[in-house]
Design a protein around this ligand. Structure first.
Ligand code: ADP
Length: 163
């Protein structure tokens, strides 16, 4: 394969970044990644690191959990990043950000972030609707269940890796 063909193939690859805290990565997030695979060639799950935030689940374990979930899907990868999401998109050649929507509250919040990101860069945000049965699921609910000794296996695939 010539260098030119190789470069063209890379440039034609539609890459999307799915950013979030993923503390932890739930079945709701998993469903958004699976839907995104019908639209994009490659999905990068980006675990955003915010020094002002504290996380319940260890970063390495969160990364391992996500890797295990998608171990048979070579179009999905996981990275962590700090700084602006749009800068990270540019560094990994992602043309789009994917975000999941559960309700109108999510929409209003996400809309303003998407507009700001668009005004700072060429990156577009694509919203995907959650599946109905997952629309009440959030990482914060899962954290609460876990902190109180409850079973999170209903909501989180590969939950054993996290604990
Ligand atoms: P952040 O801290 O950036 O909001 P989260 O890890 O909470 O990150 O969520 C990442 C993305 O996943 C967001 O777009 C959020 O709306 C979406 N999301 C969270 N829970 C669900 C769910 N149950 N179904 C679909 N999307 C979801």
């Amino acid at each position: 394969m010539s260098v030119l063909v190789f470069l063209t193939l890379i440039l034609m690859n539609k890459i999307a970044l799915f950013p979030g805290s993923f503390d932890p990565f739930t079945k709701g997030h998993e469903s958004i990644v699976n839907q995104s695979l019908d639209i994009f060639d490659e999905i990068i799950i980006g675990i955003g690191l915010n020094t002002e935030k504290t996380y319940l689940f260890d970063l390495d374990k969160r990364m391992k959990q996500i890797q295990e979930i998608f171990k048979n899907q070579d179009r999905v990868s996981v990275s962590s990043y700090s700084g602006l999401t749009t800068d990270f998109c540019q560094s990994v050649n992602a043309s789009h950000i994917v975000r999941g929507l559960r309700n109108t509250v999510d929409f209003e919040y996400e809309k303003s972030i998407a507009h700001v990101n668009r005004s700072m860069s060429e990156i577009h945000t694509l919203f995907l609707l959650t599946e109905e049965n997952l629309s009440s699921l959030s990482s914060s609910v899962v954290r609460e269940i876990h902190k109180n000794g409850g079973d999170i296996s209903l909501f989180v695939t590969q939950h054993n890796i996290l604990v």
